[in-house]
Ligand binder design. Sequence first.
Ligand code: FES
Length: 172
Amino acid sequence: MEAWQYAGPAERVSEPGTFFASEAGHVPVVVTRGRDGKLRALLNVCRHRGHVVAEGCGRRATLQCPYHAWTYELDGSLRRAPRSEREPGFDATGLSLLPLAVAALGPLVFVNPDRDPPPLHLDLDPEGLRFESSEQREHSGDLQPTTFEADATGLTVTRWGRTAVTVDRYRR
Ligand code: FES
């Protein structure tokens, strides 16, 4: 059973057509808000040859893999694969980016690589939490999963990158 992981701030995907790339533990993910307004998390791995599809964050109509330009809708479905018309029997319907479990709690988005995980629960009502600060510290150890720690005053989210630990603090 995989664990829920903090993926990023909900404000990055507050409007239709927005996305951000992140990691859930060691799993590359992209969180999107489709034109239908629905929040989704997708495995950020191209169905062609496994390249990472999306980087950073922003607003886009589609996500395009930089390797061979396969293009996906924000709901993960494959819109276009160059030269696929030359491949007899090519079927785009089975080549969507794979969906993952996603949950938004207050200002935070969490992702779980397990497609049928238990509900996300924090011992703190996250409604009303406000971003307070972000701090980065150098880090040279092994990658570790993101952790989140709730207390009476708010929530601390700690993310281990390859070279730095980022500590985001949210307060009630
Ligand atoms: S690996 Fe993505 S288009 Fe080829």
